[in-house]
Design a protein around this ligand. Structure first.
Ligand SMILES: [Zn+2]
Ligand SMILES: [Zn+2]
Length: 279
C-alpha cells in the first residue's frame, strides 16, 4: 500500500511533499482550510502551483484533502444543505487548484429525517457538484463512518447506494476508515476478506480510493469514533499483515490519522515494520 498520513499545513502547502518524505511517508492528506470554519481565505495561486509542482517532483501520488467537518450534505434543512453544498464545491475547486486528486468527506447526518432521506440528499449533492465542476479531475471520496449519532455511511449498503446513484464513476470514490469499519460492526480484525468481498459486491473494489489507517480505542461495534495508534488499540496484529498483503489493495493510499499526529507517526510506522510489513 501507498502509506501516508494526515499532515499539518503549518509550513504552507508547498512544504507538504518534503515534510511527508522526511517522515518516511509516500503520500499525505491535509485540510485546505480551517476544518471548523465555514469561511476560507482564497488560495494563493503561487502557493497552490508550488504545491502541485513539489508533489510532482517528489513523485507523490494520491494526495488527499479532507473536507471540513462542518459539511452536512445529508441535512434535511434546505438552508443548511445549500450552505454545505456551496462549501463542498469550494473544497473541490481548492483541491483542483492544488493539484490534489482526492477530496475525502464525511457523508452527513440525517438529523432525525431518516437514513434514506439523507442518502438521497447526499447523492444529489455529489451529482450536482460533479456537474458543476466538470473538467476538474478531483474524485469525491465518501468516507465510511462509525455510526455515531445520526451519521449515515456506517453500512456498506449506504456506500453502495451512493455508488449506484452516482452519475459519473470516474468522479466518485470511497475511503474506508479501519477504526470506523470496526466500530460500525465489520469485524475486519478477524476477517478482512469477508469485509472486502462484501465491499466488492455492494460498492465495487474499483471505487475504493483510500484507507484511513487507524486502530480503534474501543472494543468491537460500539459506534465510537476514537482512533488509537497502530498496535495500541483493539484491532489484531494479523489485521495489519492481511491488509498490507492484499494484492488488490497494492495501489490504494492508506492515511494515518492517529492521535498524536506527526509526533506519533514514526511509532505507527515502526509498529508496521515490526510485523514484517514493507512500507
Ligand atoms: Zn474523516
Ligand atoms: Zn474517525
Amino acid at each position: 500500500m501507498n502509506i501516508g498520513a494526515h499532515l499539518s499545513t503549518k509550513d504552507g502547502f508547498s512544504k507538504l511533499p518534503e515534510n511527508a518524505h522526511a517522515l518516511g511517508l509516500r503520500t499525505y492528506q491535509f485540510f485546505s482550510k480551517n476544518q471548523m470554519q465555514w469561511k476560507s481565505r482564497p488560495l494563493d495561486k503561487n502557493e497552490a502551483e508550488a504545491h502541485a509542482k513539489a508533489a510532482k517532483k517528489l513523485g507523490i501520488e494520491n494526495e488527499a484533502i479532507h473536507a471540513s467537518y462542518l459539511l452536512n450534505l445529508g441535512s434535511p434543512e434546505d438552508g443548511k444543505w445549500k450552505m454545505s453544498y456551496d462549501a463542498f464545491v469550494e473544497e473541490i475547486r481548492r483541491a483542483d487548484q492544488l493539484g490534489v486528486p482526492l477530496l475525502i468527506f464525511h457523508p452527513g447526518a440525517h438529523m432525525g429525517s431518516g437514513e434514506e432521506n439523507a442518502l438521497k440528499r447526499i447523492s444529489k449533492a455529489v451529482n450536482s457538484a460533479t456537474e458543476e465542476t466538470k473538467g476538474a479531475r478531483v474524485k469525491l471520496v465518501v468516507e465510511n463512518t462509525a455510526g455515531q449519532g445520526s451519521m449515515v455511511g456506517h453500512s456498506l449498503d449506504h456506500l453502495g447506494y451512493l455508488a449506484k446513484n452516482s452519475n459519473d464513476s470516474e468522479r466518485i470514490g470511497f475511503c474506508i476508515d479501519t477504526c470506523h469499519a470496526y466500530q460500525a460492526g465489520y469485524d475486519i480484525s478477524n476477517d478482512l476478506d469477508a469485509f472486502l468481498s462484501e465491499f466488492d459486491s455492494k460498492v465495487g473494489l474499483g471505487l475504493l480510493r483510500a484507507f484511513h489507517l487507524n486502530d480503534s480505542k474501543y472494543p468491537f461495534n460500539k459506534h465510537l469514533d476514537r482512533h488509537e495508534n497502530l498496535g495500541k488499540g483493539t484491532l489484531s496484529h494479523d489485521f495489519y499483515v492481511n491488509l498490507f498483503n492484499e494484492k488488490r489493495l497494492a495501489k490504494v493510499p492508506a492515511f494515518l490519522e492517529t492521535p498524536e499526529g506527526e509526533e506519533g507517526y514514526p511509532k505507527d510506522l515502526e509498529f508496521l515494520r515490526s510485523l514484517g510489513i514493507k512500507i
